[in-house]
Design a protein around this ligand. Structure first.
Ligand SMILES: N[C@@H](CCC(=O)N[C@@H](CS)C(=O)NCC(=O)O)C(=O)O
Length: 215
């Protein structure tokens, strides 16, 4: 023990990746404190935050023994092992496989598509086409491709949700968390599911009942 007894989440309220961690922590009912890292002000690139996460990204979770866990995948693995009561990564071997598969898919096809569209077009992200300490120029063609991929993601997700309440299994899991964060964040590049994406609409309306979504 290093003298504090609560987890601390390095967070930025407006960003989608830390929202994934906040929803998971809320679903698990875990108490924690938030430390805001102002991405808009470049605080994630400061020497003090680099010492915490050299990848210069949020979220990062500080444990009470001083360990810092970065990456949502790492944070989810830790929380599931430490707080197993309400499984969010699947219950059975088959479910665990399905949850890992679907969360990877909705991250790559959904969240990464939004990131591609936004990071290659937003004036505030000039030269920040990729996260990390190294600057990369924006590539307008990638912004266009990102938007195209978002529409493909909506079609894919809508098809997957036909006759289903949740993305991966019969329970709410991290696959739903990644998917809902991607769908909600797509608004920043003016993409919203269309009326024909009726399964997404039904799923999103039902998810709105969960208090964790407001975390
Ligand atoms: N794979 C990482 C991605 C984290 C990530 O990209 N976070 C963004 C906020 S959504 C960030 O820290 N961006 C810093 C930047 O824009 O340079 C995870 O899932 O934890």
């Amino acid at each position: 023990m290093k003298g504090w007894d609560m987890l601390a989440l390095y967070d930025y309220t407006m960003a989608p990746s830390p929202r994934r961690a906040r929803i998971l922590l809320a679903e698990k009912g875990v108490q924690y404190t938030k430390v805001q890292i102002d991405l808009a002000a470049g605080e994630h690139l400061s020497p003090s935050f680099r010492a915490i996460n050299p990848a210069c990204t949020v979220p990062a979770l500080l444990l009470n023994d001083g360990t810092v866990i970065t990456e949502n995948a790492g944070i989810a693995a830790y929380l599931e092992a430490e707080y197993p009561e309400k499984p969010m990564l699947g219950r059975t071997p088959v479910e665990k496989g399905l949850v890992a598969s679907w969360s990877a898919r909705v991250e790559y096809e959904g969240l990464m598509a939004v990131a591609e569209a936004l990071r290659n077009s937003a004036p505030g992200l000039k030269d920040r086409s990729l996260t990390g300490a190294t600057n990369f120029e924006q590539v307008p063609a990638l912004a266009e491709r990102g938007v195209h991929r978002i529409w493909m993601f909506f079609d894919m997700l809508n098809a997957r949700l036909a006759g289903r309440d949740f993305v991966a299994t019969s329970d709410f899991t991290i696959a739903d968390i990644v998917a809902v964060v991607a769908v909600d964040f797509a608004r920043v590049v003016r993409c919203k599911p269309k009326p024909e994406h009726d399964n997404i609409a039904r799923w999103r309306t039902a998810l709105a009942e969960r208090p964790s979504l407001a975390a």
